[in-house]
Design a binder for this molecule. Sequence first.
Ligand SMILES: C[S@@+](CC[C@H](N)C(=O)[O-])C[C@H]1O[C@@H](n2cnc3c(N)ncnc32)[C@H](O)[C@@H]1O
Length: 230
Amino acid sequence: MQELNLYSKIEKFLDFADEIEALHQTFKEIVEELNPTSLIDIGCGQGDFLLSLDNKIDTLGIDLSDEAIALAKAKQLNAQNIDLCKVDKKFQCATAIFDVINYIPEDKIGEFFKCCYDVLEKDGYFIFDINTLYGFEDVAQGSLNIDLDDKYISIDAYFEDNILETKIVFFEQKDTLYKKQSGIIRQYYHTKKFLQHQLEILGFEIESAIKFKLHSEDDYDKQIFITKRL
Ligand SMILES: C[S@@+](CC[C@H](N)C(=O)[O-])C[C@H]1O[C@@H](n2cnc3c(N)ncnc32)[C@H](O)[C@@H]1O
């Protein structure tokens, strides 16, 4: 997963720390209310959400980026570079935080949700966020250049036909030369109606959908779904 590893490399240079912490805090409050004894964080990245949780919860973080998992493991977290559908343990709660569901194309969502269903115990909760259309059209699009002493990052995001393409170019100094890495990350806009249908045919019930302002003061750019596996 070349592109996901590239994102993992540049994530710490993006100025999102406060926003991500606010999103993690909201998920933490939801999880604390549900009080699970076990939790799987799908697309855990570098593991910061898991770190914020009470260490009495038995946790597993999984991610398709091996670089992200190496960083999570360095924080002493139980983390694995494994596909969700290959996890054979069951949990009382599953989370997928900060765009994870938008990384999955429409024709793969059903299979992904089925695997979420399979890793949950009966009455377990699956909590995730998605970007709204406003989030894609008005917040995510645009260009960003980050010029550091020994690194240069260029990000260019364009939303068309319900797909956000983010082109990343990353130059990293190695001795006197710069190494260039580049890739495109695609995120897919999903409507609430589509997700609700996909969840309900599997046996999930949506308990609530919370509007959330992550990067914007004007309108909500995310929605957090709290769903229950019946
Ligand atoms: C924006 S990051 C969010 C990381 C973390 N959840 C957080 O809140 O900081 C999205 C993560 O989802 C991971 N990801 C994307 N698709 C995935 C999939 N199908 N299964 C597991 N992880 C996935 C990416 O590698 C990336 O680490």
